[in-house]
Design a protein around this ligand. Structure first.
Ligand code: C2E
Ligand code: MG
Length: 272
C-alpha cells in the first residue's frame, strides 16, 4: 500500500547463484572438488623457471570449472575459506616437494601460495605452517606466501608478530597486487617483506598510459631502494617484457610465458 518495490530478474538470478554456490561449496570440500593450477614465475634475466604460483579452482559437477573471483567471496562469508586455504597450503607444498624429489632441476624452485586474511588471523596459523612444512618435507625457503596490502593494515601489531614468526621459518612474504591498496610506505620498511608484486592492471596500461608507466617505474625503484624483490604480473606481450627487463625487474609472470597449468603440464615445464 502506497509503496512500491523494484524487482530485477538479474538481482534474483545473482542471489540464487550465490546461494547455490554457498550450498555447493560445502559439498565440494567433502567431494574434494577444489584443485590447484600452477602458473610459472620466470626470471627475467635469463628466462629460467623460478617457481610457480598455486591458483585455486573448483571443478563443479554442473557448472564446470569455477575461478576464484567467483567463489572466494562466498567462501569467505561462510568461513569455509579457512579450511580451503589449509588444504591449498598442504597440496601446494606436497606438490613442490614431490617435484623436488623427482627432478634435480627443481631443487631450488619456489611455490607461492595466496593467503586470505581469515586464514592468517586464525589462532594456529603458525602451527599449521610448521605442520605443513614437516609433513611435506619442503624447505621453508621454498615457500612464498602472498598477502595483499589490506592484510598488513588489519590488526597491525598482531600481524607484525605473525610475520616475524613466518620469516624465522625461512618462508618468504610477498605483497600481492601492489599499488591497488592503501599501504603506508612505512610498513614496507618495518615488515619483513620479500617481494612486491606489481598488479597486472599496471602492466596492462603501462605502454598506452604515461602515468601508468611512471607508477610502475616508481614501484620498481622503490623496491630496489628498500632492497625488496619485484615480480611483474600479467606480462602478455614482448613489448611489456622488454620494458620490465630494461627496468631490471627480476621476476615475471603472465600469459606470455604460460597460463596457469595443471600439475602434469607444469611438470613438463620443469623437465623441458
Ligand atoms: P592473484 O594472486 O593476483 O593471481 C593472479 C591472477 O592473474 C590469476 O587469476 C591468474 O590466472 C591471472 N593471470 C596471470 N597472468 C595473467 C596474464 O598475463 N593476463 C591476465 N589477464 N591474467 C593473468 P585467478 O587464478 O583467476 O585468481 C584470481 C585471484 O584469486 C588471485 O589473484 C588471488 O588473489 C585469488 N586466489 C587464487 N588462488 C587462491 C587461493 O588458493 N587462496 C586465496 N585466498 N586466494 C586465491
Ligand atoms: Mg597472487
Amino acid at each position: 500500500k502506497a509503496r512500491h518495490e523494484v524487482f530485477h530478474q538479474e538481482m534474483y538470478d545473482e542471489t540464487k547463484e550465490l546461494l547455490e554456490l554457498q550450498h555447493d561449496s560445502r559439498q565440494a570440500i567433502i567431494e574434494n572438488r577444489f584443485f590447484l593450477e600452477y602458473q610459472p614465475i620466470i626470471s627475467l634475466k635469463n628466462e629460467f623457471l623460478y617457481g610457480f604460483e598455486a591458483l585455486l579452482r573448483w571443478s563443479h559437477p554442473t557448472k564446470g570449472i569455477i575461478y576464484p573471483n567467483k567463489f572466494l567471496g562466498v567462501a569467505k562469508e561462510t568461513g569455509l575459506i579457512t579450511e580451503i586455504g589449509r588444504s591449498v597450503l598442504h597440496k601446494a607444498c606436497q606438490q613442490m616437494s614431490s617435484w623436488q624429489s623427482k627432478y634435480a632441476s627443481a631443487a631450488d624452485l619456489k611455490i607461492t601460495v595466496n593467503l586470505s586474511s581469515q586464514q592468517i588471523q586464525g589462532a594456529n596459523f603458525i602451527d599449521e605452517l610448521d605442520e605443513v612444512l614437516m609433513v611435506s618435507n619442503l624447505p621453508g625457503s621454498c615457500l612464498q606466501l602472498e598477502i595483499n596490502e589490506t592484510m598488513l593494515i588489519d590488526s597491525e601489531s598482531k600481524t607484525f608478530d605473525l610475520f616475524q614468526q613466518i620469516e624465522s621459518r625461512g618462508d618468504r612474504l610477498n605483497i600481492d597486487n601492489f599499488g591497488t591498496g592503501y599501504l603506508s610506505l612505512q610498513y614496507l620498511k618495518r615488515f619483513p617483506i620479500n617481494s612486491l608484486k606489481i598488479d597486472r592492471s599496471f602492466t596492462r596500461g603501462m605502454l598506452s598510459d604515461r602515468e601508468n608507466f611512471e607508477i610502475v617505474r616508481m614501484i620498481v625503484n622503490l623496491a630496489k631502494t628498500l632492497k625488496i624483490g619485484i615480480i611483474a604480473e600479467g606480462i602478455e606481450n614482448m613489448k611489456q617484457l622488454k620494458v620490465f627487463k630494461k627496468m631490471n625487474c627480476q621476476l615475471g609472470q603472465g600469459y606470455l610465458f604460460a597460463e596457469p597449468l595443471n600439475a602434469e603440464s607444469a611438470e613438463i615445464f620443469i623437465d623441458r
